[in-house]
Write a protein that binds this ligand. Sequence first.
Ligand code: KG4
Ligand code: ZN
Length: 334
Amino acid sequence: MLTLGIETSCDETAAAVLRDDKVLSSIVSSQVDVHKKYGGVVPELASREHLRNLLPIIREALAAASVTINDIGLVAATYTPGLIGALLVGVSAAKAIAYAQNIPFIGVHHGEGHILAAHIEYPDIGYPYVALLVSGGHTALYHIKGLGEYRMLGQTRDDAAGEAYDKVAKLMGLEYPGGPVIDSLARQGNPETVKFPRGHLGGFDFSFSGLKTAVRNHVALFMSKDEGIDSALKKADIAASFQSAVIDTLVEKTMLAASETGAGKIVVAGGVAANTLLRKRMQEETKKRDIELYLPGMFYCIDNAAMIALAGYLHFRRGERSSLDLNPRPSMPL
Ligand code: KG4
Ligand code: ZN
């Protein structure tokens, strides 16, 4: 069974081909250069770029898998959440292929795709587990009891962690997307320099907007006293201090979720799961507690279509499929 996966929810145009649950090809084309000068994703430009790039990317994915469109038995596409115009491009293409080829179509929740990405490299992972989903659009903890059986334990009440990285990078005059830039800058900084606040909400909810404001205030103070924060070293210290506040909270709540649910396994998913400090801290803390940690490789942390194809395939295998009337939706809880 060959599945074609399509992902166009934000600023990556991606297509992948899977044979059952094995990835034959996964092509990702980033639009980052188009959006960089605006300091964030411009929705209309994203839609146009997807329109321009999607068919060539699909052809590339088919060629890399050494198959043709006639070999495909299922087409899966992200239908929620995301930028509506961007989602529309991927969903319309997927439905058109399904209709023309007379094959089933299945719409996939982007967040579910991120979580199930762990199953690409760890097909025997099994259930249940706790999943921390951290990306530009999500920050949430789930108790994953089985395919489609997801209980949200908590989520951010304001900004997503990736969004906080991107906004803090912008206010420090760093490039978009901020996550990877702050990640590497922080390695040269001292995380003890500034004690930024940790969002101490009870339970499993997160909050990063107070932290973002604290960084903004600190930068403003710094600028007036020292005539700018151009010194790479100072920026590195702020980056490291900010990052340590974000990661402390993510790690602490995830460990609490594992202990409260009794789950012996943790999956970390989404773009922020590519973060060096988060990966290191998760490894240390799970080792101490004898918990199994499943971290997708970097390539499967950021947006990709292999995770979408896999999620679609796993649902299809259970007899599910979507109607061709399914329309994209900007948001939808998982
Ligand atoms: O999952 P993703 O590619 O797209 C969404 O579904 O949002 O995540 C993108 C987010 C961005 O906010 C980006 O800054 C962040 O993930 N990110 C990182 C790192 N790499 C990407 N954040 C922290 N450290 C990183 N190394
Ligand atoms: Zn994503």
